[in-house]
Design a protein around this ligand. Structure first.
Ligand SMILES: Nc1ncnc2c1ncn2[C@@H]1O[C@H](COP(=O)(O)OP(=O)(O)O)[C@@H](O)[C@H]1O
Ligand SMILES: [Mg+2]
Length: 369
């Protein structure tokens, strides 16, 4: 097994899905918001739903937990049809962007809210303290929500959702209201917590970088539809279409035309051998390449495209330098990442020759966005 296939299959072990959504459709005011969505969620996995604002992420999550009824389709949980079950019977924990804590209740009472009334006082106390420890808030039980920071409040919300020991934890943009530093910290904690508890998590985020960092599997949505479901590695390295390629990470696109079986031609007339699948000659396509896969021309570079670029600006990324260039002949904007020492030497207005290796070019049928 090569390293890449090993990484690609990580976290995707063949187990029967815990959650199974089949043909889920939903309209609001006769507008289709979810369009026959199929989705399998393995037990104990961390799945992220990503996509632009308004694509239906929240609606899908609400349908999943029963806050919204689907117009069509079925939801199975652990082999049981729960499509008609009310939200309360589904045993799913929920956390939203706004912490939605009860402001007048102490932290411990917020957390205890979801616990069974049948528990003894001491048992409740023990459980609440264990949950406070779990989310890193030991000793904060007597405080009121307004005496906590945003990150701490969100931890309380997570503890409260976990209190009834749900089979699934659903999170809707839980980190969006936090500042960048805290977001990074809490997303790491969330991932550790999920692995430790082995709980099944479905999290909505509009931030693809967050999803790449945290998820076992990502569903990329657009206009009420799942464009691709895969591991972060699969989405990043093998995007199914131009939309996914452009949404997950950064990708440059160059227009081209299929010149025949296994060949494309650029508007400049440059021909290139490339897998064109079954696309007929004359098909308009786009070639995609990520900034980190572009280099400066050099000896022995192999098959690829040489593109003269004018540098417009640069962005310091820390480990590398991102150069924003333009291919003047076509007006195409191209971003490339260079090692710092190479990038530092290149000022705006410099002319360079970029090399786009054929091995890193993705081919997309044009107009699939
Ligand atoms: N209760 C509702 N009534 C009418 N339209 C809704 C309702 N909830 C969501 N929508 C619409 O459905 C679409 C998807 O919304 P949503 O699921 O919230 O998207 P996302 O979470 O991906 O931003 C949007 O166009 C939104 O305006
Ligand atoms: Mg939303």
């Amino acid at each position: 097994m090569t390293l890449s296939t090993q990484i690609a299959t990580e976290g995707c072990a063949e187990v029967a899905p815990f959650l199974r959504l089949r043909g889920i459709a939903k309209q609001f005011d006769r507008v289709a918001v979810l369009r026959r969505i199929d989705l399998d969620v393995p037990r104990g996995s961390f799945t992220c739903l990503v996509g632009p604002s308004g694509c239906g992420k929240t609606t899908l999550l609400r349908v999943l937990c029963g806050l919204e009824t689907a117009d069509a389709g079925a939801i199975l949980c652990d082999g049981q049809d729960i499509t008609q079950q009310p939200a309360a019977a589904r045993h799913m924990g929920l956390v939203f962007q706004s912490y939605a804590l009860f402001p007048n209740l102490r932290v411990e009472d917020n957390i205890a809210y979801g616990l069974s009334r049948r528990l003894s006082r001491s048992e409740r106390h023990r459980k609440v303290n264990a949950l406070l420890d779990l989310v890193g808030l030991t000793g904060f039980g007597r405080r009121k929500p307004n005496e906590l920071s945003g990150g701490q409040q969100q931890r309380v919300a997570i503890a409260r959702a976990l209190a009834p020991e749900p089979s699934v934890l659903l999170l809707d943009e839980p980190l969006s209201a936090l500042d960048a530093q805290l977001r990074l910290q809490l997303r790491g904690e969330l991932q550790t917590l999920q692995k430790r508890l082995g709980i099944t998590v479905v999290m909505v985020t509009h931030d693809q970088a967050e999803a790449l960092a945290i998820a076992d599997r990502i569903a990329v949505m657009q206009s009420g539809w799942i464009e691709q479901l895969g591991t972060p590695f699969e989405l990043y390295c093998h995007p199914a279409n131009r939309f996914v390629a452009g949404f997950v990470g950064r990708m440059n696109f160059l227009p081209a035309t299929v010149a025949g079986v296994g060949a494309v031609v650029l508007p400049s007339g440059t021909a290139l051998a490339l897998d064109t699948a079954s696309l007929p000659k004359g098909t308009a396509v786009e070639l995609g390449i990520r900034p980190e896969n572009i280099a400066l021309t050099g000896p022995g570079a192999g098959a690829g495209i040489i593109l003269p670029l004018r540098i417009l600006g640069r962005e310091f990324l820390g480990a590398s330098m991102r150069l924003d260039g333009v291919h003047e002949e076509s007006g195409t904007a191209i971003a490339l990442d260079l090692p710092l020492h190479r990038g530092m030497a290149l000022q705006a207005q410099t002319h360079i020759e970029a090399f786009l290796p054929a091995a890193h070019l993705h081919l997309f049928a044009a107009g699939t966005l």
